[in-house]
Design a protein around this ligand. Structure first.
Ligand code: UTP
Length: 312
């Protein structure tokens, strides 16, 4: 299917870059990719693929690097393990083990060196071809009740071009993100993006709206990325490539997300994701909730004991 940018389309391909070094989570990520860290009992990356499939994106290409073979193994069959579970009659675990290899059509391309998110996306160019496609970051978890990707695909159908997910993070945090300059549109949750800048100092940020890990991109992004020199941190930035599209007058819109999102590559956000998802689970939730109530009670009592001691 060939599409020019701006032509209504229904994307079915998604690029998931997972070749980053995961330095914020060392030493855990020395040998284990951060995208494989379990959120309760499922790797973060499996939640991302579930989200893609739910939105109709069933052709997945993961951009991997060194130390990432655990990812390929997770999305492959394991006949020996399946045989053991089958023999035991453990249908529940058998289904869980088979699910990752059956949920989508998954391919892998290699990014030889971690030269940035823009470079990682460019590595998938020949697989994507001349189609609108999505990019999902392997460590960015969106609550399953928030249909962000579906909304972005809808906005792309309406406006054409590219659509980014945006989050209000406050000016004090914007230097960790790509930031955007925007104009309002008729829809309350949709803005037109007029400029983008990667990790700006807060005084120079065009707004406090940050780009988060979901993108629907026009195929023109590949030509733009080929012409993009290394930017912030010496890496080829996806933000700079998208800025080139906006500067060339191609439509770039943003969906302002107000739901729950966790950056599982960040230790504190990761812990929050594990607790939140565990509480909501039918099997673990009730017992874990009881534990948390008791534990927070202990913490509160501990805090007041400390306060009382310091008042003495
Ligand atoms: P991050 O900047 O969060 O990943 O990139 P990182 O570099 O692994 O993290 P830290 O800061 O060192 O802890 C966002 C996503 O882009 C991928 C990462 O795997 C992550 O999913 N990425 C980043 C690549 O695939 N290749 C790169 O060169 C850079």
């Amino acid at each position: 299917m060939t599409q020019a940018s701006g032509t209504p389309s229904r994307p079915h391909k998604v690029v998931i870059p997972v070749a980053g070094l995961g330095t914020r989570f060392l030493p855990a990520t020395k040998a284990v990719p951060k995208e494989m860290l379990p959120v309760v009992d499922t790797p973060a990356l499996q939640y991302i693929v579930e989200e893609a499939v739910r939105a109709g994106l069933t052709e997945v290409v993961m951009v991997t690097g060194r130390n990432k073979s655990a990812i390929e193994d997770h999305f492959d069959r394991v006949p020996e393990l399946e045989a053991v579970l089958e023999k035991k009659g453990d249908r529940v675990r058998l289904t869980a083990v088979r699910r990752p290899s059956e949920m989508a059509d998954i391919h892998f391309v290699r990014q030889g060196e971690a030269r940035g998110l823009g470079h990682a996306v460019l590595c998938a160019a020949s697989y994507v071809g001349d189609e609108v496609f999505a990019v999902m970051l392997g460590d960015d978890l969106i609550d399953t009740r928030d249909l962000l990707l579906e909304r972005m695909l809808e906005v792309q159908l309406q406006h054409g071009g590219s659509v980014l997910a945006l989050l209000e993070v406050g000016l004090e945090n914007i230097d960790k993100y790509g930031a955007v300059a925007v104009q309002p549109t008729k829809a309350e949750d949709v803005v037109r993006i007029t400029d983008l800048v990667e990790k700006p100092p807060s005084a120079q940020a065009p707004s406090s709206l940050a780009i988060i890990g979901r993108y629907v991109l026009a195929p023109e992004i590949f030509a733009a990325l080929r012409d993009t020199p290394p930017g912030a941190g010496g890496e080829i930035q996806l933000t700079d490539g998208i800025k080139a599209l906006a500067t060339a007058g191609l439509p770039v819109h943003g969906v302002v997300f107000t739901g729950r999102r966790y950056d599982t590559g960040d230790r504190l956000d990761y812990l929050k994701a594990v607790v939140r998802l565990a509480v909501e689970r039918d099997d673990l939730g009730p017992a874990f909730r009881d534990f948390l109530v008791e534990f927070t009670g202990d913490l509160t009592r501990g805090d007041s004991a400390v306060a009382e001691r310091s008042n003495d």
